[in-house]
Design a protein around this ligand. Structure first.
Ligand SMILES: *Cc1c(COP(=O)(O)O)cnc(C)c1O
Length: 474
């Protein structure tokens, strides 16, 4: 008897790629057609228009399937047409990077093979690749450490959680967290999740932690085991805390130091910009995101530590995944390398990117983004119609129309989103005078951004402001 036909091909094995190839053609055509139809950084019309377009693809679960081709075509087309696409230089709101083609291509292999990094017998080569790649990245962050290590995470949120968890486990009970008002919101959630007291938040009127205020807090009575939580590249403005001074204080007062370098950590790759994160290597744990200034599709987070033994509290046993006798017989014990169980090999796209671009290639991308942010700041500084918040610390530029109120700034941003013409972010930060205000935020992570793109972006902002004035007089 001939084998029964297989209706729905699998992605792996030697037959998988043959089945995938025509499907990929469909996906790639839909991606390109969707981008052409959108014809801009995001779809026009706001949430209602996008939801209506998506609702046309009913039913969600048909009784009889459409087959792979039409389903892929329709849904990928809808996703691409309705995307906020960071590959468009006018899509610059968030730390939402345009992924490199090489990383996206590598990620397909991760999906096709589906290794799961909770046990070696689900991921032999992925286990070995992850060990080598995380070792290299840990050494990049902690070059002088004898036994550095790094865990792969879903991003800064999980890395910060792990940093707080390690402090809770490695220090005596009663942990307090000291952070700045500039810290990422995930530290507050981490404290809540881990049953700790709310972080003690120091004001940051100049955008970064003030070492004198930190010293006062570290010496205040009653003394408690402390995690000092610092930031290298804030989400709002890219500001970098004074890391060497904070590392000195942590060392002098026996505090653990976690540095949230989700944004700024990859400045280490650039000989031109790495001086800005001097002191990163002195942290007890560091959060680093390669799905920001690292051009990876999400997720691509890391938690690095200079002392691999510090990760011991994460050790966990489940006899079906890491039985003691298996571990003794030499099977790697992976369960302590994450709080997750099933875990995607996000390391593959990272490893491929590192090898394909090398240090030079990555440094060039970092430098291009920082240079484009510098260009944007120059254009703004030369234009009296705008206020520039300050020179960019990394690649984030805050600005607003001169004299605009906070409400006008927020409404202007929404008008650009609704028109589908530009995706800018917003940040409420202390202004040059110290009082908090709402600013437009351009986060430049697209290394292909040209000065002409920045000029046209500013023109769009002016036009959107003028539209409001016309509405008001109509
Ligand atoms: C983006 C960001 C985070 C959160 O990272 P996710 O990858 O979104 O989980 C944390 N801290 C800082 C400073 C960030 O910029």
């Amino acid at each position: 008897m001939p084998p029964a036909p297989q209706p729905h091909p699998l992605a792996g094995g030697t037959a998988g790629p043959r089945a995938l190839r025509p499907m990929l053609d469909t996906v790639l055509d839909a991606l390109s057609d969707g981008a052409a139809r959108r014809c801009g950084p995001l779809p026009a019309g706001g949430p209602a228009a996008v939801a209506a377009a998506t609702a046309e693809l009913a039913p969600v679960i048909p009784e009889k399937g459409t087959g792979a081709g039409p389903a892929l075509r329709d849904l990928v087309l809808a996703l691409a047409e309705g995307a906020a696409d960071p590959a468009d230089p006018h899509c610059a709101a968030h730390l939402h990077c345009p992924p490199l083609a090489v990383a996206a291509a590598a990620d397909l292999a991760a999906s096709a093979l589906n290794p799961s990094l909770d046990s070696w017998d689900q991921a032999p080569a992925a286990t070995a690749l992850e060990a080598r790649t995380t070792a290299a990245l840990a050494a990049l962050v902690h070059p002088a450490a004898r036994h550095p290590d790094a865990l792969v995470t879903t991003g800064g949120t999980e890395s910060n959680q792990l940093g707080v968890l390690l402090a809770r486990e490695l220090l005596p009970p009663g942990l307090r967290i000291v952070c700045g008002a500039n810290a990422h919101h995930s530290v507050t959630r981490a404290a809540w999740l881990l049953g700790l007291a709310e972080p003690e938040v120091l004001p940051t009127p100049r955008g970064v932690l003030d070492p004198a205020a930190v010293r006062d807090r570290l010496t205040a009575e009653p003394a408690a085991p402390t995690l000092l939580f610092a930031t290298a590249g804030t989400t709002d403005s890219g500001a970098i805390d004074p890391l060497p001074a904070l590392a000195d204080l942590a060392a002098a007062h026996g505090a653990r130091l976690h540095i949230d370098a989700a944004y700024g950590g990859t400045l280490l790759l650039s000989p031109t910009h790495r001086h800005k994160v001097t002191g990163l290597d002195r942290a007890d744990s560091v959060a680093l995101d390669l799905h920001k200034l690292g051009w990876q599709p999400a997720a691509a987070g890391l938690l690095t530590v200079p002392v691999a033994a510090d990760l011991a509290p994460l050790g966990h046993r489940a006899p079906y995944l890491n039985a003691d006798d298996d571990t003794e017989a030499g099977l790697p014990d992976l369960l302590g390398r994450s709080l997750r169980t099933t875990r995607r090999p996000d390391i593959l796209k990272i490893a491929v990117t590192l090898r394909a671009l090398g240090e030079d290639g990555l440094a060039d991308l970092v430098d291009r983004c920082c240079a484009a942010a510098g260009d944007l700041a120059e254009l703004l500084a030369a234009d009296p119609w705008f206020d520039l918040h300050g020179p960019p610390a990394i690649s984030t530029v805050l600005f607003r129309p001169s004299g605009a109120s906070d409400e006008e700034v927020a409404a202007l941003r929404r008008r650009l989103l609704h028109a589908g013409s530009a995706v800018l972010g917003r940040a409420t930060v202390p202004g040059p005078g110290g009082a908090p205000g709402t600013w437009l935020k351009a986060t430049i992570l697209n290394p292909h951004t040209q000065t002409a793109d920045l000029r046209s972006l500013l023109k769009l902002v002016r036009e959107a402001a003028r539209d409001r004035d016309e509405d008001a007089t109509a």
